[in-house]
Design a protein around this ligand. Structure first.
Ligand SMILES: [Zn+2]
Length: 112
């Protein structure tokens, strides 16, 4: 979460913002990070700096997605259900669901 916060703050400052108001983040369900832990970490980080104090966090969970290396089928799945639904192969590769990306940030540009 520190990396996400750093990136958001850097982007906000670059845009000439006086405050960071909120961040929208997509998080893959296959990421080890737990939603509650992320929120807790975010709030702790946000409170530590007047620039980010009170900023909100909006999380979008992204379902894991894999591609079958046998038949090329692409499919969404639960975290521990990764065999190919088309050919039952276990030779699959995770192509989405581990991400932790910033979709957008909201900033305050006033009081310049
Ligand atoms: Zn397959």
């Amino acid at each position: 979460m520190t990396g996400v916060m750093d990136a958001a703050v850097a982007a906000a400052r670059e845009a000439g913002a006086t405050r960071l108001l909120g961040i929208k983040v997509s998080i893959g369900e296959a990421n080890e990070a737990v939603e509650d832990a992320l929120r807790f970490a975010f709030e702790a980080l946000a409170e530590a700096d007047p620039f980010t104090e009170g900023a909100s966090l909006e999380l979008t969970m992204v379902r894991p997605r894999s591609i079958c290396l046998e038949c090329g089928h692409e499919y969404e799945h639960d975290l521990y259900d990764r065999f190919c639904p088309a050919c039952d192969s276990f030779a699959t590769e995770l192509i989405a669901g581990r991400e932790l990306t910033i979709d957008s940030i909201e900033v305050d540009l006033l009081e310049s």
